[in-house]
Design a binder for this molecule. Sequence first.
Ligand code: BGC
Length: 832
Amino acid sequence: MQWILTGLLALLPSFAWAQTNASAATSVTAAASSSVYYPLPSTLSTYYTIPVSPVAFTPIPSPSDPPSIPGIFPSAVPSNPPPVSQDPQVVPDFGPAWAIALEKAAAKVANFTLEEKVNVTTGVYPNSRCVGNIAPVYPIEGRGWPGLCLMDSPLGIRYADFVTAFPTGINTAATWNRAMMRLRGLYIGQEAVGKGVNVQLGPMMNMGKNAQGGRNWEGFGADPFLAGESAYETILGMQQAGVQGCAKHYINNEQEYDRMQESNTVDDRTEHEIYAHPFMRSVMAGVASVMCSYNLINGTYACENDKTLNQILKMEFGFQGYVMSDWTATHSTMSATAGLDMTQPGDIGFGTNSSYFGGNLTAFVENGTISLDRLNDMATRIIAGWYLLGQDSPSYPPTNFNAFNITDPATNQHVDVMDDHYTIVREIGAASTILLKNLGNTLPLKGIRSLTMIGSDAGPDLRGPNGYADRGGDDGVLAMGWGSGTDNFPWLISPLEAIQARARLDHTLVSWFLEDFDYAGVAAEVTGKQLAIVFVNSDSGEGYITVDGNEGDRKNLTAWHGGDELILTVAANNNNTIVVTHSVGPLIIEPWIDHPNITAVLWAGVPGQEVGNSLVDILYGAWSPSGRLPYTIARNASDYPSQLVLGGTPEDILSINYTQGLFIDYRWFDAMNITPRYEFGFGMSYTTFEYSNLNIAAVPNADTYDTELIANWEAGLPNPLGIGSTTAIWLHTPIYIVSFDVTNTGSYYSGEIPQLYVHFPASANEPPSVLKGFTNINLNPGETQTATITLNRYDLSIWDVVAQGWVKPNGTITFTVGASSRDGRLYGTIPS
Ligand code: BGC
């Protein structure tokens, strides 16, 4: 009876909280468990068969405007995206490719029975090989379709062997290098295809609103523009290889605590400008699928949220692919009418053998509650993704591993898909390492006769690289966080191993001491050594695993294993102390950062399987540091604009109010005049750069189509909301080219990351500085090159909540080009 009532309540938005209360209670207990998946709620096995009022369905047509325009808006297919550019000026038009895929899919779906269509939308679990599975439609009377294998994670193929453990999302963003983002995406995609995966469940692009957020390391940092570019390039790369990308977790999945029963109160402007932006860029990259998240948004679950799914994603962004639920994030059959196309893993709770889709969806369609048109649309969108990526090709590999039993000889062929991908892992590891301090040019190292390495993070994990399930443990070097966002390391090159191998070339004497808490031993070890490198880390992950009291989210922002004390002990006994951090996110480093004996600090993040090699490349100068912070390092944890929301009872829906609005991360520090320790975008180099000759020029022929819309925009007026109105070409065509010269004034060949921040007029109520462009440029000593960053109308717009459109604010817009969010070098004005 309770479930009949709950089903009815699900139809009434104002009662959504009542609905969630009932089911959420079980999830909370479950989340505290350390098993891989949540235990099964015992009460969730009742099928909904109640007739409810029919819901009309008007299919959202495909965006039709405008036609492809050679040069700026070329027609593209995923297998042949526009070439990577450090300042992308073309906007690929995947519209024609989608149109063909949708047409083929519709033709295929037309031959399916009702049950077969429903089966396309409903995951099958367990007894399947992948973390998500759509069963085949068997080839009876020419109707066949092989089904889908869906696999984690954003950094490689989870639960498989002979795969690469790529750098995390956060490190990828820290490179600020689009070519690396693209190549990593391509290689992840190639490995997925080689294993016979159809849908790779990444990239992840939640915003890191809370510095402690457990899964921030899977994503791309705390600025929507940087995250958006990282997501865009990653997806172009993945889909070029032939695997379907999955942009996740849509949306406002910003903390692990109570993720299944927290309601995020987010205003419409903040949602559009901050949290939805990376998903918009994913749609522009032609992403095949989007995963809706566990949480609620403004009182309604993400997977039955008409506003975020139908209105923003499918309508405003013109998304033509399919929305899948996060695993057990579906809460009703009627979610289908709110925009959910596929439920995963299929069951209501893991292994409950019942589904909100499956038989319930069939019944709802049969009794007219959900229209057949909508079911056709769901199945068509799903199968269109398969066609879009060319997975109908007979040469597309069948699944050749078994995620749930990776040693089973019958189902694992152990296909080696790693190729030489370790090279890009090593390179991104170096390119994402951020040099925070370098007194007297301590780095790069030269003429070191003796060094010692201190701390467990310097060495191998005691149980081996994959000793903890889903990497849920931390007793050696940290190269990724924990949870579903992981994969198996094929090997893990620790600093201990890599530094020794390099030291051999110089005949440097090497020793180490990995006991984190034996301070007397540490003091004795570092005394008299020419150099002491002390390693500390900080870990986090997904909430179903708790490590050292951290229930997914970090319980504080200090280094693990007594890291602060360890660093201070080393620094007290050795006047050439280098600190290396492997941290999933920011740490409070005030206890030691100004210590005069700490001569250098390297912020290395969580860089994947080549962690030691990447570090050696930086330490010895094979790579001059070009990584830049993808978040702010504060002086106090309380300086951040947002904190985890904790507490509540298992029966509560936790209320999370996004009071900081647009002012996340550096935007808050700037607005509130809070001095950070290291600001967003900061990072030093082994050389120095000078900026000069700023120029801004209008792009010719940027206004030859949609002239009426452009004129409206110029006049500060909103344009009509419509299908694809947010991804429309007139909004994204480059209209200004900002150019400037960068000179390498030092003595090292190095890469620099010039960043462009826009300053809107006060009337716009925007943060003081907003990142809207970056590029990357490599220079020999003494060399000067001209760099460009383009701006489009979208970059210069704000979301007008009343008018529901992107508008140009009234007043003068200025901008800064510089080396970080606070290191402005050149100042300009957008021509009026
Ligand atoms: C995670 C997703 C993941 C899925 C499948 C969920 O718990 O939130 O990111 O893709 O599990 O493993």
